[in-house]
Write a protein of this length. Structure first.
Length: 246
C-alpha cells in the first residue's frame, strides 16, 4: 500500500534536550495511525514537525510526498490539523467558524456554503448554527472541529488528542467519524492518551522519552508482550521493554 508519511531518524532538539530522538516510521494511505506516549514523550513535537509548523533538527521525513524541511507550505495545503486546544474561535458562531476556516483552506465561497450546509445538516446542528461556539458543549465542539479540519478533503488529517475530556459515548461517536473519513481514503494520524482508542487504530507507534519503542498493529504488540490489552502493552513499554517491528 502507498506510503503517505515516511520518517527516518527524525530528530528535534531544544538546546541539548532531544524532545524527539531519531524516530523512524511510515503511515500508509487510508490508515488510522495512532501516535501514543506518556505526557512529555514528544508526540506533539513530532506532530508539529510533520505538519510543517516546526523545523526538525535532523533526519528526514516526507508528508504527502513533500519534504518537512523545505516544503512546509505544500504540506500545509494537503493536510488538516485539529490541535489539542481547539482551532475553533469561541467568539464566532458555528457558521462564521466554517466560513473563516474554509477561506484559510482556500475553498471558494460557494464551496464553503455547500460544504458548510452539509456539515451542519449531517451533524444535526441547524438549531445552533447561529450560536457562539462558547455556548456549544465540549463534545460537540470537538466533532465540529474535526469536521472543519476535514472541510477541504485533505489527504491526511492530524488530530492531537481530539477526545480529551469528553465522555465515552461522545468519544465513540467521534471515532465513528474518524472511520468514515478513513473509509473514504483519508489518512488519519491521531495522538491519544486513551488505550482503548489505541485498539481502534490500524497501527500504532508508542513513544517513550522521545523515541519510538513500540510499532505495529495493536494485535502484534499485544502478542509480543503477551498482553490482554493495550494498557498492559503500555505498562511494559513504560518499564523499558523495547520492541521494534522491522
Ligand atoms: N519549545 C520547546 N522548548 C523546550 N522544550 C520543549 C519545547 N516544546 C516541547 N518541549 C519539551 O519536549 C518534551 C516533549 O514535549 P511534547 O509536547 O512533544 O510531548 P507530548 O508527548 O506531546 O506530551 P503531552 O501529551 O503532554 O502533550 C517535553 O519535555 C517538553 O517540555
Amino acid at each position: 500500500m502507498e506510503k503517505i508519511i515516511e520518517a527516518h531518524e527524525l530528530t528535534k532538539k531544544f538546546g541539548e534536550f532531544k524532545a524527539v530522538n531519531k524516530i523512524s516510521f511510515d503511515v500508509k494511505k487510508g490508515e488510522i495511525f495512532g501516535f501514543l506516549g506518556a505526557n512529555g514523550a514528544g508526540k506533539s513535537t513530532a506532530m508539529r514537525m510533520l505538519t510543517g509548523l516546526l523545523s526538525p533538527t535532523s533526519g528526514a521525513a516526507t508528508v504527502a510526498g513533500f519534504d518537512v524541511f523545505s516544503q512546509q507550505e505544500e504540506i500545509k495545503k494537503n493536510i488538516g490539523y485539529m490541535s489539542q486546544k481547539f482551532s475553533l474561535y469561541n467568539d464566532l458562531t458555528l457558521m462564521e467558524n466554517i466560513t473563516f476556516y474554509g477561506g484559510i483552506y482556500g475553498l471558494s465561497s460557494n464551496e464553503i456554503k455547500e460544504r458548510g450546509a452539509l456539515l451542519i445538516d449531517r451533524l444535526g446542528l441547524t438549531d445552533i448554527k447561529k450560536k457562539l461556539l462558547k455556548e456549544v458543549p465540549l463534545g460537540w465542539k470537538q466533532k465540529i472541529a474535526f469536521s472543519v479540519a476535514t472541510l477541504h478533503n485533505p489527504k491526511i488529517v492530524f488530530l492531537d488528542e481530539p477526545t480529551g475530556g469528553v465522555d465515552p459515548i461522545t468519544r465513540r461517536q467521534f471515532w465513528e467519524m474518524i472511520y468514515e473519513k478513513a473509509d473514504q481514503g483519508m489518512t488519519v494520524f491521531v495522538t491519544t492518551h486513551y488505550m482503548d482508542e489505541a485498539e481502534y487504530c490500524h497501527r500504532i507507534s508508542m513513544m517513550v522519552h522521545g523515541e519510538i519503542h513500540g510499532y505495529g498493529s495493536p494485535n502484534q504488540l499485544k502478542e509480543e508482550f503477551n498482553a490482554q490489552n493495550m494498557d498492559e502493552v503500555f505498562i511494559h513499554l513504560a518499564r523499558g521493554d523495547q520492541y521494534k517491528l522491522k
